[in-house]
Design a binder for this molecule. Structure first.
Ligand SMILES: [Ca+2]
Ligand SMILES: [Ca+2]
Length: 219
């Protein structure tokens, strides 16, 4: 009887130990299993990325990312940014501006006469035409015409000079193009026979126009 009781106690004790070891070992085993699963998932994802040629990027906001500055706008691609280009729509790397009005020569409608900002080009002298001949002894003969590129704003005086005052003189030193007109008549006097004599017209010191005239004997 005593032996039987001892045997039963031992059996009960053994069952208890097995039960306790089973309950305490379970969490550790579960954690190990979870870790293994997590690693396995990462490995699968990495393999998938590699297969599609993608690379992993650091999370945004971290210290690993860098941004390059946006280059300034250069519409005509001449190397001069729009913000400082004197001709934004046409390439002019040299930025040439003969009349220094801020409009580059290549897109300045009047490159030799300053028209800063939105100002239109002022009228300029475009032509001087004279008779081929003028009569000796004729005084104040209408023998020439000057032409402006646009109607004069106010009365505009055009200076005209003779290359040889002993043969041809210019009455009043030139002619006046009246307000809103584009032409003016040049009066001359024939002094002595000879020629050709070069006549020159100039407006406000700008480009000049020239023409030749001779003095002949007239009946
Ligand atoms: Ca440019
Ligand atoms: Ca200019």
């Amino acid at each position: 009887m005593r032996r039987l009781l001892i045997a039963l106690l031992c059996a009960a004790f053994a069952v208890a130990i097995v039960s306790v070891s089973a309950t305490t070992a379970a969490p550790g085993h579960a954690q190990a299993a979870k870790k293994k699963c997590k690693k396995s998932k990462k490995a699968v994802a990495a393999k998938k990325c590699k297969k599609h040629g993608a690379t992993t990027t650091p999370p945004s906001g971290g210290s690993g990312g860098t941004t390059s500055p946006t280059p300034p706008l250069d519409t005509d691609g001449d190397g001069v940014p729009d913000s400082t280009d004197n001709c934004v729509s046409m390439s002019n790397a040299d930025q040439a501006d003969a009349d220094a009005d801020g409009h580059g020569d290549v897109c300045d409608t009047c490159p030799l006469i300053a028209n800063p900002g939105t100002a239109s080009c002022p009228p300029t002298l475009t032509d001087l035409s004279t008779s081929t001949e003028i009569c000796e002894g004729h005084i104040d003969e209408a023998a020439g015409t000057v032409t402006l590129s646009a109607p004069a704003v106010g009365d505009t005086f055009v200076a005209v000079t003779s290359g040889d005052n002993s043969k041809v003189t210019i009455t009043n030193g030139g002619t006046t193009v009246l307000n809103a007109q584009t032409t003016g008549t040049v009066f001359m006097s024939g002094i002595a026979q000879g020629g050709p004599v070069t006549i020159t017209a100039a407006l406000n010191g700008g480009p000049t126009q020239t023409s030749d005239i001779s003095v002949i004997a007239c009946m």
